[in-house]
Ligand binder design. Structure first.
Ligand code: NDP
Length: 315
C-alpha cells in the first residue's frame, strides 16, 4: 500500500464532484479527485441537458461534464482515475483506500459518489445482461436502430430514455406499473404525443425470453386483480429506467444514511456528522437529483471544506 496525504479529497466526478473541484482548487485546497467507475457520472449517459442555466440551446451531458472537468483541471485540480474501495472515517486524517492499493489520508473528504441504476431483480436481467438488457439508452441505443425496444419506468428518466430510443428504434413500449406517469408534465406530454411510443400502464414485467438474446418480454396487466391479464410482446431490447441506488455503502459505518441509503446531512448543508466529511450531489439527495442542484451542493461542500481547514489552521 502506498500512502499519500492531502488537504481535500473529492470522491466522484459528476456535477457535484467537478464543481467541488473548481471551488476547492480556486481556494488553494489542492484537491485530489478520484473519478470513480463512470468518469463524468450519470450525465454522461443522458442525452441533452436542457434545463441547466446558461445553455439556451441545451448541451449534451457528456459535453457538459467534459467542460466541467476542463474547468476544474484549469485551476489545478488533480483529477485521477480510480475507485474508492474502503473508507476509515474514525478520525482525521480520514483514510480512503483507492483501488485496494493506495491509501489517501485526507483532512477533508467530499463524497460525491452519485447513484447507480436499479434493476427489477429478475433472473432474466442477469441472463441477458449485454444481450438485450441495458440500463443506459444513450450507451446502447445505437444497437437498436429500426428495432423494437421496451423501457421500464414512469419517471423523467424513463420518459427521456423512451424519447431518445424512439429516435432510433422503430417502436418503443414504455412499461409503467401505475396507471399514470410520475414524470414532469412536459416529459409526459412528449411521450404521450410521440407516434413511436406506446405506453403500457398498470403493467409489470415478469420475465424475458429469447434464444441468443432478448426476443421478447412477459408482462402482466393489472397484477393480482380479478381481471389480471398475462401476455408477451416481441422486443429486441429491454431498458431499465426505474431509479437509482445511492453509492454510499463504504461510508455507512461512520455517517448517517436514510432507509434508501442516501447520506443524511445537516439541514441544507453538505455537512455529515463527521467533521470535515461532506456529501454532495445525488448520493445525498433523494429529492431533487438535478445537475444544477448537484453542482450547487458541490460548491457548498468545497466552501465548507475551506472553512473547516481554516478553522483547524490547516490551510
Ligand atoms: P423516479 O424515482 O422519479 O422514477 C422511477 C420510476 O420507476 C417510477 O415511475 C417508478 O414507479 C418506477 N419503478 C420503480 N421501481 C420499479 C419496479 N420495481 N418496477 C416497475 N417500475 C418501477 O426516478 P427517475 O430516475 O426517473 O428520476 C429521478 C429524479 O431525477 C427525479 O426527481 C426526476 O425528476 C429527475 N430527473 C430529471 C431529469 C430532467 O429534468 N431532465 C431527467 C431524469 C431524471 P412508481 O411511480 O410506481 O413508483
Amino acid at each position: 500500500m502506498t500512502t499519500e496525504r492531502v488537504k481535500c479529497l473529492i470522491i466522484g466526478s459528476g456535477p457535484a464532484g467537478y464543481t467541488a473541484a473548481i471551488y476547492a482548487s480556486r481556494a488553494n485546497l489542492s484537491p485530489v479527485m478520484y473519478e470513480g467507475l463512470q468518469p463524468g457520472g450519470q450525465l454522461t449517459t443522458t442525452t441533452d441537458v436542457e434545463n441547466f442555466p446558461g445553455y439556451p440551446q441545451g448541451v449534451s451531458g457528456t459535453q457538459m461534464m467534459e467542460d466541467m472537468r476542463a474547468q476544474a483541471a484549469r485551476f489545478g485540480a488533480d483529477i485521477r482515475f480510480g475507485i474508492a474501495t474502503h473508507a476509515d472515517l474514525k478520525a482525521a486524517p480520514y483514510k480512503i483506500t483507492i483501488d485496494g492499493s493506495t491509501v489517501i489520508e485526507a483532512e477533508t473528504v467530499i463524497i460525491a459518489t452519485g447513484a447507480t441504476a436499479k434493476y427489477l431483480g429478475l433472473q432474466d436481467e442477469q441472463k441477458y445482461a449485454g444481450m438485450g438488457v441495458s440500463a443506459c439508452a444513450t450507451c446502447d441505443g445505437f444497437f437498436y436502430r429500426k428495432k423494437v425496444v421496451a423501457v421500464v419506468g414512469g419517471g423523467d428518466t424513463a420518459c427521456e430514455e423512451a424519447i431518445y430510443l424512439a429516435g432510433l428504434a422503430s417502436k418503443v413500449y414504455l412499461i409503467v406499473r401505475k396507471p399514470y406517469l410520475r414524470a414532469s408534465k412536459i416529459m409526459q406530454e412528449r411521450v404521450m404525443q410521440h407516434e413511436k411510443i406506446e405506453v403500457l400502464f398498470e403493467t409489470n414485467t415478469v420475465g424475458l425470453f429469447g434464444e441468443n438474446g432478448v426476443e421478447g418480454v412477459n408482462l402482466v396487466k393489472r397484477w393480482e386483480q380479478p381481471d389480471e391479464e398475462r401476455y408477451s410482446l416481441a422486443i429486441d431490447g429491454f431498458f431499465l429506467a426505474i431509479g437509482h441506488h445511492p453509492n454510499s455503502d463504504i461510508f455507512k459505518e461512520y455517517i448517517d444514511t436514510d432507509e434508501a441509503g442516501y447520506i443524511v446531512t445537516e439541514g441544507s448543508s453538505p455537512c455529515t456528522k463527521v467533521p470535515g466529511v461532506f456529501a454532495a450531489g445525488d448520493v445525498a439527495d433523494p429529492h431533487y437529483k438535478q445537475a444544477i442542484t448537484a453542482a450547487a451542493s458541490g460548491c457548498k461542500a468545497a466552501i465548507e471544506a475551506e472553512r473547516y481547514l481554516a478553522e483547524k489552521g490547516l490551510m
